[in-house]
Write a protein that binds this ligand. Structure first.
Ligand code: NAP
Length: 342
């Protein structure tokens, strides 16, 4: 199947896409293209989607070294810029992978992503997970890194100091967090010299995380929402029998019919209107997702219907990052409001 073959022709005016203002005053497009191939979409296909998406009007791309495709995505980004788009018109995010939290690794790893992406700077660099625990690509749910550790704030701050140095060096414009919880963010906000500009977190109609959403917004941190469609193509390790699917929710299906769009597009419209920045992955439907953010808004009634659909259903549970036997995935997420003890 060719990339973008289900995309309606024509492009969306990037000016029609809302922008989020970060605490620095910088503007970030409120929809981005995800680039995680979920272990089954090849780097070449993802790079093809990046090329097509830029033509369709995307200016924001969510990358990460662990997605294993930054060099292919980088070639696409270079082509896009040779085609006339200026670097400053693009918003490029990358992420520090868990096995590179060491003080000597952070800057080197960021330089590696920059080299792969063929960029002089990143708009945003995230600490991908707050745990230094590795998993191999394609692993199953039982995989654990041999020296897996809990969250240790002093260690996270050592990593964060290097993230701050990346800003000082001009290699990245903003730094941010991902997969954080309120208690962890409170400590970071207390101790950071440069605060996180964004927190990337799972957000879709069945997992709205209202408390964390409110906390980040109140602290001047922009929420970026990953798996905004409910990640129908996610790896096996991220599936459990209890999982639900927002695109199959009868309320979302009915709203989609009323607007003449796929339920996935309703998820994107809702996300943008609620105030987060969704980063849907797509090789076949990316134009519809962007167009959905630029036109035909959901009504206040539809927004409130979707607000009522939250099922607290986390899909990306992160079991592979647990650090000792007998734990449950909830231990990664500080569900009692305190950082889970070691
Ligand atoms: N920070 C983190 O820890 C973290 C974790 C997970 C994900 N992410 C980021 O978030 C991005 C998105 O999350 P995700 O990939 O898990 O899931 P997602 O964006 O919720 O779902 C992607 C899936 O939805 C399908 N889809 C997209 N638009 C569609 C439409 N309009 N109609 C029908 N199907 C549609 C795609 O298929 P087609 O390709 O066929 O369109 C693909 O299978 C990732 O790529 C990654 O960049 C970050």
């Amino acid at each position: 199947m060719g990339n973008g073959d289900k995309c309606v022709s024509g492009s969306v005016d990037p000016q029609a896409i809302p922008q989020r203002t970060l605490f620095t005053g910088a503007k970030m497009p409120a929809v981005g293209l995800g680039t995680f191939g979920s272990d089954h979409v090849t780097p070449a296909q993802v790079a093809g989607a990046v090329r097509g998406a830029a033509k369709a009007g995307y200016r924001h791309f969510d990358c990460a070294s662990v997605y294993g495709n930054e060099s292919e995505v980088g070639a696409a980004l270079e082509e896009i810029q040779s085609g006339g788009l200026k670097r400053e018109e693009l918003w490029i995010t990358s992420k520090l992978w868990n096995d590179k939290h060491g003080e000597d690794d952070v800057i080197a790893q960021c330089r590696k992503s920059l080299a792969d992406l063929r960029l002089a700077y990143l708009d945003l660099y995230l600490v991908h997970w707050p745990f230094p625990n590795y998993h191999a690509p394609g692993c199953d749910v039982t995989a654990r890194s041999a020296d897996a550790k809990p969250y240790i704030h002093a260690n996270y701050m050592k990593t964060w100091r290097k993230m701050e140095e990346l800003v000082d060096l001009g290699l990245v414009r903003h730094i941010g967090t991902s997969n954080m919880t309120i208690p962890k963010l409170k400590l970071l906000l207390r101790d950071a010299r440069i605060k996180p500009a964004v927190n990337e977190m799972e957000l879709h109609p069945h997992f709205q995380q209202p408390e964390l959403f409110k906390f980040v917004v109140e602290n001047g941190i922009q929420p970026i929402g990953y798996s905004p469609i409910g990640s129908p193509g996610r790896p096996e390790r991220d599936r459990t029998p209890e999982d639900t699917s927002p695109t199959e929710d009868p309320v979302i299906v009915e709203i989609a019919q009323a607007h003449g769009v796929h339920p996935a597009v309703v998820c994107i419209k809702w996300a943008v209107q609620r105030g987060q920045t969704p980063i849907p992955f797509s090789i076949n439907n990316y134009r519809a997702n962007l167009a959905g953010a630029a036109s035909d808004p959901l009504t206040a009634e539809e927004m409130s219907q979707i607000a009522g659909l939250d099922r607290n259903c986390r899909l990306i549970k992160g079991q592979v990052f647990l650090w000792k036997d007998g734990q449950s995935w909830e231990d990664l997420w500080d569900v009692n409001g305190e950082i889970t003890p070691p």
